[in-house]
Design a protein around this ligand. Sequence first.
Ligand SMILES: Nc1nc2c(c(=O)[nH]1)N[C@H]1C(S)=C(S)[C@@H](COP(=O)(O)O)O[C@H]1N2
Ligand SMILES: [Mo]
Length: 162
Amino acid sequence: MSKDVVLTIDGLVERPLALTFDDLDAFPESAQVADVSQFHPKRRGDGVTLDAILDRAGIQAEANYVTLHADRDGFHVSVPLGPIREQGIVVHRVGEGRLTIEEGGPIRFLVRDPTVCNTGELDECANVKYLSRIELTTRRGLDTRPTTEAEHEALHRAQSGP
Ligand SMILES: Nc1nc2c(c(=O)[nH]1)N[C@H]1C(S)=C(S)[C@@H](COP(=O)(O)O)O[C@H]1N2
Ligand SMILES: [Mo]
């Protein structure tokens, strides 16, 4: 179980990573973010900063965009590297356990201080659930965030169940 790869980092990096939960748990204290409820009161769990993960992978000079992939439901978000690097957190545990699927687990991406839904690059919609892959590219990659109010409403309804 602990040898299962749960998150891959690839694209324009020096060292593509295939991380297990053990790898994420083992990031140094300086890379860990304890208790995300301190900035998202309704969310829980501990994370590793995106910055620390990207440092380990080594960012190539031509990389400008980060694409967050959720293979589980085919949801993707692509955002400029600079801002997301400072704000991104990969939530990978809750105490000794993991986030539930309902919470977007087992691994969920969180933007530290997102704008409200549908209002920019680093909005709440970029809080990607079921995160499975982080890809670095020169140009903007796949982004399936809804663009209209109607599409948005529909996605939120589908996400919160019947
Ligand atoms: N994998 C995945 N992540 C996703 C979505 C989705 O449909 N699939 N919806 C996004 C949108 S549009 C929003 S606003 C937030 C909502 O997060 P919440 O349900 O925890 O409030 O999750 C984002 N992350
Ligand atoms: Mo959203």
